[in-house]
Design a protein around this ligand. Structure first.
Ligand code: NDP
Ligand code: PYC
Length: 341
């Protein structure tokens, strides 16, 4: 048991990556894919994005065991137009598909001013900000959307149809970290509902409904036949619809309601699509975009803003880089066992 007298053990970022990579390889994932997933998962854990850190490992592994996702898939990159790259993830994970297309995407964005990456036939089970933040560190503006699995009732409807469908945005900001936001278009991410259920905490009113369509603050009732609601009523619902269209209709991926994983007990990773739009801001107004971004941030702070989106993660990251990534003893023991299982 971890308590005040025995603080949680800590791992350096690279130690956690190595451990997670071993787990993925041990469960049938190709070494390069395992590295990609391990870095993604450790990055989330380091930043305190707990709903998409090591919490996700059992879901990844049950999905792999079910045969629903191909951990050995090789993404196929197609150069389709001056500003358009397509990738068929071949039933594998979205992150290696992005990695395979990244260099071409950046080259096109710098040449044409804007480039789109359409990933299809892919599984995305992670936070979205790790997909966009690195572009902003290269001076580019990036936007990404990904759809997930039916669990959100469109505003005004009676049954779930949409996924939790996040939108992530990253922009360079002079003299500091990129400005990043990453938000589900549901009132709460499905992962956070699972964590609330595990910890026996209610969720805020307006998060979801039970199996009878009645509002509830019980996360178990949402997960057990109930559903989530979009954030901001019709506004979040419209954004969620947009995410379905851009992630699935535009890429050739599945809508959140289109895949059937019922024959794969244990499957958890949505089989959908993902879109990235990358812009070279140097092709814009002629003024430095990053400097203008800093001006905006300072004006926001000037009117009283004390917490920008991304700040919490950057603070956690800075702390973890000095003190290590804390993982509860029992969880760490389970991870170590999985690396040997
Ligand atoms: P949150 O509601 O926790 O946060 C959304 C954004 O708002 C973040 O950028 C966050 O910054 C920022 N923020 C939070 N609180 C404040 C505040 N008080 N003031 C200013 N900014 C604030 O995230 P969600 O629950 O919507 O999503 C959680 C994760 O789930 C995301 O990473 C998302 O990508 C992932 N997800 C993945 C899906 C998939 O299919 N792969 C599906 C759905 C969700 P900060 O990061 O600094 O806290
Ligand atoms: O937290 O909603 C979520 C989610 C869905 C797929 C991956 N994460």
């Amino acid at each position: 048991m971890t308590d005040a007298l025995s603080p949680a053990p800590t791992l350096a970022f690279n130690e956690l990556v190595e451990l997670l990579q071993q787990i993925f390889v041990r469960h049938g994932v190709a070494a390069s894919v395992a590295r990609c997933l391990a870095e993604n998962c450790a990055t989330a854990e380091q930043d305190g994005a707990h709903s998409h850190g090591v919490f996700r490992i059992p879901g990844y592994l049950s999905t792999l065991a079910s045969g629903w996702v191909d951990g050995q898939a090789s993404p196929r990159v197609e150069d389709v137009a001056a500003g358009f790259v397509r990738v068929d993830a071949a039933g594998g994970f979205a992150q290696p598909a992005l990695a395979a297309a990244r260099e071409l995407l950046v080259a096109k964005a710098r040449e044409a001013g804007i480039a789109i990456l359409a990933i299809r036939n892919s599984h995305h089970f992670a936070a979205l900000w790790p997909d966009v933040e690195p572009f902003a560190r290269q001076g580019l503006v990036a936007l990404s959307v990904v759809n997930s699995m039916t669990c959100v009732v469109p505003h005004g409807a009676r049954q779930p149809l949409f996924g939790t469908n996040p939108i992530a945005f990253a922009a360079p900001c002079a003299g500091g970290d990129p400005v990043v936001f990453d938000m589900a278009t549901s009132a709460m991410a499905h992962g956070d509902v699972q964590i609330a259920a595990r910890e026996g905490r209610p969720v805020p009113p307006g998060t979801g409904v039970d199996r009878h369509g009645e509002p509830t603050t019980d996360p178990k009732a949402i997960l057990d036949g109930g559903a989530l609601l979009p954030f901001g009523e019709h506004k979040g619902s419209a954004l969620s619809m947009m995410v379905e269209l851009l992630s699935a209709a535009l890429t050739g991926g599945h809508f959140s309601f289109e895949f059937d994983w019922s024959q794969h007990p244990g499957a958890r990773t949505p089989w959908t699509g993902q879109l990235l739009i990358v812009i070279d801001p140097d092709k814009g107004s002629g003024q430095s975009f990053a400097v203008r971004c800093r001006e905006l941030v300072e004006r926001m702070q000037g009117v009283g803003l004390t917490r920008l989106s991304g700040d919490r993660r950057y603070r956690n990251r800075a702390h973890a880089q000095v003190s290590g990534i804390a993982i509860a003893s029992e969880e760490l023991a389970q991870l170590r066992a999985l690396a040997l299982a």
